[in-house]
Design a protein around this ligand. Structure first.
Ligand SMILES: O=C(O)CCC(=O)C(=O)O
Length: 287
């Protein structure tokens, strides 16, 4: 059995595991107070509404735009142990692409197997264009829907290996080159459960095949996922509209840079030839 759990300051080992297996787990990175802050921030906004398709999950409640919903999410998005890893994997000036909570209700079925940066239609194998972090707010178990991963699949070639569900919701590139990789007999047997205690962070490559598991328990499984992308790639969530300017002004500079209040040289991200931070600092009534 391979050990995939690492100490937060062991960046080298985390990076090595991501390079060889596609993921790493840092147990209990968020303490119980932080977990409570996440729950309280989400509680204000929960509606009980479930997902709109099988991918979001018909028995899953997702809340997006998290940076606008509580300071704790800004803290998570710039967690030093996470950024120390991302700094080595993604190009400088990388961005926060998505910030959402995923609450699996009892009875949720497993998701389709997918990889998170599939909507960038760049042929595989390739370095990741995105990196994902899933923060377990409840403990993740095989029974309650722990994320399931296929170790090593981050380096697979091709986008639609035999046997993978290719559903419209996933929007896999359909016109790309024919699959060139190994024949996949039974993908489900290759999945392993990301079992981890509450507060743990699962960090994985955007090219790693995975899915949310099914929830066979009587309790919910709550997670927060923060996804990051290359500085030249389009973010999934439009952070400028998702987070109103008056909230963005109060966020730490690094978080604002992750949102897109930053320049990727020579001038990607400018506004009227100015750094976007300059506009943000203008008095409220002039923006
Ligand atoms: O909820 C999970 O464990 C994984 C969810 C996921 O992979 C996704 O929605 O892209």
């Amino acid at each position: 059995m391979i050990e995939h759990h690492f100490q937060p300051d062991d960046t080298g080992a985390i990076l090595a595991n991501i390079a060889s297996h596609g993921f790493a787990i840092v147990p209990e990175l968020l303490d119980p107070l932080g977990q409570k802050a996440v729950r309280e921030a989400l509680a204000e906004h929960k509606t009980g509404l479930r997902g709109r398709n099988d991918f979001e999950g018909y028995q899953t409640e997702r809340l997006y735009s998290l940076l606008a919903r509580g300071r704790i999410f800004a803290d998570l998005s710039e967690h030093p142990a996470i950024l120390a890893v991302l700094d080595q994997v993604l190009e400088p000036n990388y961005l926060l692409s998505a910030a959402l909570s995923i609450d699996l209700y009892p009875g949720e079925s497993p998701q389709a197997i997918h990889f998170d940066d599939s909507f960038y239609a760049v042929p595989r194998p390739r370095p990741p264009i995105g990196m994902s972090v899933i923060w377990a707010i409840d403990p993740f178990t095989p029974e309650n829907g722990a994320t399931q991963l296929i170790p090593g699949s981050h380096s697979w070639s091709g986008d639609t290996p035999d046997g993978l569900p290719d559903t419209p919701e996933i929007a896999l590139p359909r016109n790309g080159p024919a699959y060139q990789g190994p024949v996949i007999e039974d993908l489900e047997h290759r999945l392993i459960d990301a079992v981890m205690p509450a507060g743990s962070a699962l960090i994985f490559s955007g090219t790693l095949w995975h899915r949310g598991g099914g929830n066979r328990t009587a309790a919910n499984r709550l997670a927060v996922t923060l996804q990051y992308c290359a500085p030249w790639a389009r973010q999934q969530e439009n952070m400028m509209l998702a987070v109103p300017a008056h909230i963005a002004r109060g966020l730490p500079p690094r978080v604002r840079a992750l949102m897109g209040y930053s320049i990727h040289p020579p001038f990607m991200g400018h506004v009227d030839s100015m750094h976007p931070e300059r506009l943000l600092r203008l008095p409220r009534n002039s923006t």
